[in-house]
Design a protein around this ligand. Structure first.
Ligand SMILES: *[C@@H]1O[C@H](CO)[C@@H](O)[C@H](O)[C@H]1NC(C)=O
Ligand SMILES: *[C@@H]1O[C@H](CO)[C@@H](O)[C@H](O)[C@H]1NC(C)=O
Ligand SMILES: *[C@@H]1O[C@H](CO)[C@@H](O)[C@H](O)[C@H]1NC(C)=O
Ligand SMILES: *[C@@H]1O[C@H](CO)[C@@H](O)[C@H](O)[C@H]1NC(C)=O
Ligand SMILES: *[C@@H]1O[C@H](CO)[C@@H](O)[C@H](O)[C@H]1NC(C)=O
Ligand SMILES: *[C@@H]1O[C@H](CO)[C@@H](O)[C@H](O)[C@H]1NC(C)=O
Ligand SMILES: *[C@@H]1O[C@H](CO)[C@@H](O)[C@H](O)[C@H]1NC(C)=O
Length: 469
């Protein structure tokens, strides 16, 4: 026996030694792989939202070729209510986890105005206070939002029936509140005129206008609103409190209204009532985009029209964490960065994208800030918003030198009073010979630095606890 072993010792050593030597390497590789699968690759960029799920984004420039963070996390970060709720919904609609549901999505998981027939008033869900440890210390607008965020079933109080008898090229949908009569008057007489509008290039296109409102507490102004609707027929009002945190609800209800009352409009401009829009120039821009073939009619490419959304795109913004600001979002409600979104002051998208937004919004829980909510819906559609420097949702950069023709290079600017709207309308409708050939603003060094302070302010707010301590 011993001689037998001795005879084979060389052979045993020859075959087994490499295996024994490789064993530590094998163990090391296995452990590293396990770690990557659980915690994500080391040094991967942190621009990914914490709770990013593989949603099949194709056009996003943010997306790494491999997941930078685990997407099959076994336990959720506890505490962020929206993330947990959305995680559950995303899983239900994940095409990999749920191929049957993804191919054949269940109809409406959220009720919108469509289901009004049921007449069941949606009541606040106070039990939700248990899911947020700091619920009772939060500002009341967040409490109000959290207890009613499951409700979307608000009936129309005033409708605009005849606005889209003929499909317009451009529908202007303006967020406003009951008391802002002066803003609406100025818009009607300047950039929001309804009818066949002559573009700067000389094309005539049909433009229509609607104002989007909720309810206010002031009964007197509510009566005046009815008179205004009788006169102009451009008022849409729903039965919900018109507050800042209810603006994404306004978005969802508008998409629903659009799909029923104005489904064939080619483009929608959605914006605030304290902005100025150079509507004739906007028409030229949109017609050029259409004619350029960027809305491909080739059979191989998807229809670009279905992904068209343009505005002042904000990337990698973080939630405001300082209590007391209008935009304050506590960590117990949302964790992570926001997806890229076009600033809500003014944004343009195609009518066909609006139909898709209505559909996808039924699988995205409402978020208190409306432009971030639009970004969340776009992300789940795999649509990346186009940045255009002529959308000035933060006004002209403060450090930019005064240009005599600056007002003729923009598509929209925030924020402008009714008096300034009249002034700008006169100035831009009849430009001086010098400014007649002014072209739209392009991305320059000056504008690039403009984005930075915004970006830093958002990030700083997140780390302000370091500065304070
Ligand atoms: C918080 O939720 C509990 C039940 O979960 C309820 O009894 C209580 O009234 C709620 N508090 C408030 C202020 O709504
Ligand atoms: C936020 O501020 C309010 C007062 O403005 C305060 O009562 C509340 O405790 C603060 N909440 C947090 C989470 O700091
Ligand atoms: C939104 O409107 C509903 C219905 O009027 C109201 O119950 C809720 O408190 C409002 N939400 C916010 C955040 O104001
Ligand atoms: C037309 O679209 C292409 C991309 O589809 C773009 O590169 C080009 O700059 C556009 N041209 C004009 C004049 O807008
Ligand atoms: C798209 O349609 C236009 C006319 O509507 C045509 O001139 C153009 O060649 C078409 N492009 C493709 C890629 O089919
Ligand atoms: C541009 O418009 C603003 C009003 O928004 C006005 O105050 C300013 O004078 C205008 N600029 C020029 C160069 O006309
Ligand atoms: C504006 O453009 C037209 C033709 O495109 C040209 O004839 C005119 O000289 C230009 N005016 C100025 C001030 O550049």
């Amino acid at each position: 026996m011993a001689s037998c072993l001795r005879r084979y010792r060389r052979r045993i050593l020859f075959f087994c030694l490499p295996c024994i030597l490789l064993l530590p390497i094998y163990i090391y590789v296995s452990i590293t792989l396990c770690n990557i699968m659980t915690y994500g690759a080391p040094g991967a960029h942190s621009v990914q939202p914490t709770h990013f799920m593989a949603t099949g984004l194709k056009l996003s420039r943010d997306l790494a070729p491999h997941p930078a963070k685990t997407f099959w996390r076994s336990k959720l970060n506890s505490g962020a209510l929206w993330n947990i709720m959305q995680y559950v919904t995303d899983c239900q609609h994940n095409p990999i986890l749920n191929p049957r549901l993804a191919a054949n999505p269940p109809g409406i998981s959220y009720k919108t105005e469509r289901s009004r027939r049921s007449r069941n008033r949606c009541s606040p869900d106070y039990k939700i206070n248990n899911t947020m440890p700091d619920f009772f210390t939060l500002p009341s607008q967040i409490k109000d939002f959290v207890t009613t965020m499951h409700c979307r079933d608000y009936p129309l109080v005033i409708d605009a029936l005849d606005v889209c008898e003929r499909a317009p090229t451009l529908l202007l949908a303006i967020k406003t509140q009951t008391a802002n009569f002066a803003n609406r008057e100025a818009i009607r007489e300047t950039w929001g005129r309804s009818g066949r509008i002559k573009s700067r290039g000389g094309w005539q296109r049909l433009v229509r206008r609607v104002f989007l409102l909720g309810k206010s507490k002031d009964l007197h102004v509510e009566e005046k609103l009815q008179l205004e609707s009788d006169k102009y027929g451009d008022i849409i009002q729903w039965e919900f409190m018109d507050t800042f945190f209810n603006l994404s609800l306004k978005d969802v209800l508008f998409w629903d209204w659009f799909s029923r009352r104005c489904p064939h409009a080619r483009f929608i401009f959605k914006g605030d009532d304290d902005i100025f829009v150079r509507t004739p120039a906007l028409l030229d821009y949109l017609l050029a985009e259409e004619a350029n073939g960027s809305f491909s009619n080739g059979s191989s490419k998807p229809n670009k029209m279905e992904t068209f959304v343009v505005g002042d795109v904000i990337n990698n913004a973080a939630p405001m964490r300082s209590n007391g600001t209008k935009y304050y979002i506590p960590e117990s409600f949302y964790k992570g960065l926001y997806p890229s979104y076009p600033g809500g002051g003014g944004v343009v998208y195609s009518g066909s994208l609006a139909h898709r937004l209505l559909e996808v919004s039924q699988r995205v829980h409402l978020f208190p800030i409306d432009d971030v909510y639009l970004g969340m819906c776009l992300q789940r559609l795999g649509v990346y918003p186009i940045h255009h420097p002529a959308f000035l949702t933060f006004d002209f950069p403060k450090d930019e030198p005064q240009e005599p023709c600056a007002n003729h290079t923009i598509l929209m600017v925030h924020k402008r009073s009714p008096a300034e709207m009249f002034q700008l309308w006169t100035e831009t409708s009849t430009p001086s010979p010098k400014c007649r050939n002014a072209t739209l603003r392009v991305q320059t060094g000056v504008q690039y630095t403009r984005q930075k302070p915004v970006h830093n302010r958002f990030l700083l707010s997140q780390f302000s606890f370091l500065l304070n301590s």
